[in-house]
Design a protein around this ligand. Sequence first.
Ligand SMILES: C[S@@+](CC[C@H](N)C(=O)[O-])C[C@H]1O[C@@H](n2cnc3c(N)ncnc32)[C@H](O)[C@@H]1O
Length: 392
Amino acid sequence: MEERTSNSPLPDAFVDFLDANGLDPSIYSASDLTPRYIRLKPGCESQLEEIEAEMGCKVEKVFWLPGFYSLPPNVQIANSKAYREGKIYGIDAASGAAVSALNISAGDHVLDLCAAPGAKLCMILDLLGDLGTVTGVDVARHRLAACRTMVQKYELGDHCRLLVADGTTFSLFPTRNYSDSKSCESVLIGDVERFKEWRSRRTWKERKKAARDRENAHMNPGIQEPELLFYGKHAGVVGLSEDELYKTVSNSELLSCGYDKVLVDAECTHDGSIKHIQKFEHWGWKTLQRRVLDAERTDSLTVLQLKLLSNGFRLLKVGGLLVYSTCSLTIAQNEEVVAQFLKENGSAELQEISGAESWPCRSGGILKTLRFDPLTSQTSGLFVAMIRKIVT
Ligand SMILES: C[S@@+](CC[C@H](N)C(=O)[O-])C[C@H]1O[C@@H](n2cnc3c(N)ncnc32)[C@H](O)[C@@H]1O
């Protein structure tokens, strides 16, 4: 593919891709003016003036999203003291809206099925406070390791466990306190080894075992067990035996013992993030062709997205809420995936997102779904749908 030839900020091949997907390229015209967004850790509000002085720019409150602030587009936050000290993290306001849609409350057991690198997971943990648990899953070990670093840096890990696993087949139910898990028929038998408090430094025996497990998983890809990459003190793991932790649950048990909230922030072509697309200038246009524009790539992604959404929904308890989001704006990866999923799942009901009336977004192609884009929202592009599991 040739490099960009027009004066548009978008590569020509990308404009053709937008055209083929019925997307108006003008939604990206405001992308150079799109602010940077940060979330301020709860309790740090009084330090805002100090943070502003240090960054040398205005830090403005996002009126429609609590805890969020906008900065001018090209401000680098990584060198700031507030960032180094874990008082702020970068997260787009549209991503914040997707998490906010979940209406996280104290005591929730939350599953984040495509968790890495972890900005949304951090926000979920921030909102959860001192009760409940968050299970973060991602298939990419190195990305989940980065997520662990982030959770530890922001001191948010106490109620969190991270597992390398395929989200399309992941099947572990939430780890509640031991007394709770009894009610979910997880029974303690005999004198078995139990998980102790997490230590960053693993013993030789533990490292050896982890390497052996990875080797086995590599040799037998069909029977991979999730790999536990991190767990906090109150994540419900301490005190469990391996059998209890890795116990999978039947679909009928999940109706009552499943997660209260599930986020499926699915893998996608990332075409809603023009900053991401512009990175291909350095990565090479051939890579853009392979990763974003190729129709076969989109086809295999939509299959993956439907599988992730279906499995996330299976792991939800009755009455629980699931948010499906992607940072693609194509209909194939959003409305069509949701429509197919609703057709296959009689107990799934699309929900109006409460609070969204004040959000600067527009309706998606299916009623109750939402679309953020740089022009409408002054955010990155994001599709959001919220689904409840009902009794059928
Ligand atoms: C859009 S990113 C998620 C971003 C993340 N939620 C955040 O806020 O930082 C999609 C993630 O899905 C992961 N992924 C891809 N296929 C997966 C699968 N089969 N199971 C679980 N995760 C998967 C990728 O490794 C990637 O980290």
